[in-house]
Design a protein around this ligand. Sequence first.
Ligand SMILES: NC(=O)c1ccc[n+]([C@@H]2O[C@H](COP(=O)([O-])OP(=O)(O)OC[C@H]3O[C@@H](n4cnc5c(N)ncnc54)[C@H](O)[C@@H]3O)[C@@H](O)[C@H]2O)c1
Ligand SMILES: O=CCCC(=O)C(=O)O
Length: 520
Amino acid sequence: MDGSFLIGARAVTRDDTFRAIDPATNEALDPAFATSSLDDVAEACRLAADAFDTYRETDPETRAAFLEAIADEIEAVDGLIERAVRETGLPQGRITGERGRTTGQLRLFAKLLCQGRWAGVVIDTALPDRQPLPRADLRQRRIALGPVAVFGASNFPLAFSVAGGDTASALAAGCPVVVKGHPAHPGTSLLVGRAIQAAVRKCGLPEGVFSLVQGASNALGGALVADPHIKAVGFTGSRHGGLALVEIAQKRPEPIPVYAEMSSINPVLLFPHALAARAADLGKAYVGSLTMGAGQFCTNPGIVVALDGPDLDRFVDAAAEALGGAAPQVMLTGSIHANYDKGVTLLGGQSGVETIARGTEDSGVNRGRAALFGTTGAAFVANPALADEVFGAASIVIRCADKAEVARVLEGLEGQLTATLQLDDEDVEDARALLPILERKAGRILANGWPTGVEVSYAMVHGGPFPATSDSRTTSVGTAAIERFLRPVCYQDLPDALLPKAIQRANPLGLPRLIDGELE
Ligand SMILES: NC(=O)c1ccc[n+]([C@@H]2O[C@H](COP(=O)([O-])OP(=O)(O)OC[C@H]3O[C@@H](n4cnc5c(N)ncnc54)[C@H](O)[C@@H]3O)[C@@H](O)[C@H]2O)c1
Ligand SMILES: O=CCCC(=O)C(=O)O
């Protein structure tokens, strides 16, 4: 690996460099990576704009073949798993699984393109004899927004990074992509970036369809979002970072949408009959979800809400026992580990919060020690700091005096990616009463499972009201993510010869169409 970044078909080096750090040892890793300059960002965006009109009008099958080619190229990269493990401290099994999720996601978007519903073809045929006025021939389809900036996430170096869901959905929509790789895993980013670059070449697409810029400075990301060629942004990371990018995007002469996935504490509700039937099993399973990947999931179960009583005691005892035996795990970066420790100290020091259990003692650098806290519903409602996300394996159990207090706790929450219900048949009426609140708060409501582990599918919603995301109308995981990068255009009375293939009368692309309100 040579430490370059990628501007279209070129691999570029610069004198200004940075290195990845192995978080398990704090060792700086070879090679040194070139930091992209602001001119490099501008060049990547210009190339993307040059490629846009050609790329967006490629047939769906061409873009599907491109996404398949990216998946094939990623699977062929030597040393990808090893490099990602070194740069993130995540275990090999997790990274291998994540590669499968990444390639599976690319192939799912390829399939979606061939199915054609994404094009949103709607036709209202002309009614020349309508009284009192004739109706024109109206044809709607959706077109790509334009070049998209994607910010790789630290916690999913493959599935939410260079070829992750934001990139796959933008490329599927017909948008060229300029990625800013996460500075914690530049080698992983470069290996995947080269795989995409190879796929661009093999598929004969314009080089500007993909570029990868690298570097740690905020100025780089800011310049990318501010570039006039960029028409939308995909981001997963901190609330602070996401909001900074939203502000830059809104202050542009031409404001653009930012799809930022930021902060969520993912409430888990334990209903009385479920608790009575299986408190200890629930306690153990909860800790499994909480400590997975050192808790560095945006879907991590950060709060548990239940009625106080002996069944909740049994749940807490089982959770405390499981968590007390949990070994500390390497976190993604030194600063994420430091933020975690700070968050745990802050939460544990709040009035009315007790520390129920901690994982076993730290035994190396950047190891996150799991933490379980407890409080009352009244204390939680009174102090918004108890609802701040602690990114890592920390969670708080909220003991509520009655059902009304459960509802007050939920009403006080900010927007969430998920809400989880642990319930039995006898709990359904209680859950029904809370459903309207949960629907207002969360993007995904799940029963008798755990929020970590998002399915990449047609029905998935990985989104939610602020601050879970900056735009609750959409998702960053699953096929509906393509909607973020498309917009409708209506063609009125255009002659067939001038119409795009998607809406020509003979339907040469064989797309599904809604004609005069009826599915064809
Ligand atoms: N909710 C989640 O899914 C999630 C995921 C990862 C991290 N986090 C949180 O974020 C913290 C930091 O982790 P991180 O590095 O992954 O996220 P981050 O938001 O700090 O950085 C993500 C990307 O955005 C860029 N960026 C950040 N702020 C910017 C700004 N003001 N202007 C321009 N670019 C900017 C960074 O350079 C990086 O490429 C963690 O400690 C954790 O609290 C949350
Ligand atoms: O960290 C954000 C994504 C979480 C996720 O995709 C999962 O839980 O599988």
